[in-house]
Design a protein. Sequence first.
Length: 196
Amino acid sequence: MQQKGKPRSNQARTEATRSALLSAARKLFSDKGYAETSTPEIVEAAGVTRGALYHHFEDKLALFRSVVREEYIAVADEITASVKAEPDSAVDALRQGSRGYLQAMSDKGRVRIMLLDGPAVVGQVELDKIDRETSADTLRLGLAEAMETQQIKHLPINALTVQLSALFDRAALAVSEGDDPEDHLEILDAFFASLT
């Protein structure tokens, strides 16, 4: 006699449905872009009903925001994993983090979601908020530590973080279009050296 498996709890079904929607949406948004992706395509790819989509997300925009948030978390995790437990210095940690960032952004779908569609769809202010909430301002903290330990010049931290973030993003865009990442890492390393 075959035993039936335990039925999944409501919470497990809810999480499975939400996960399927996020996964399907992530693939479609990365392949086609936000504007070209429809909610019927998402529910079909996820294998759920349209009602399930709207139970979990107010609309396509809310779903996209959740996908963007997951991408920011994944990038932050990859950056953290790229920095060895005991870096030689705060500047070395920043250099390792820049390598982790470019590696994390090597996925063209991620570039499309975070750097192309993200600003256009949710706006830069919302993206900055998501970035602060998900990465705990790792770049800002790294720069602050390097300043506090006098490894780099004291500069306005907010402006430096914004400008360096833009430099990282432009590098990721260029690498996604075929540039050699080592060329961009050489520039980033030179930039960090210029701050000492």
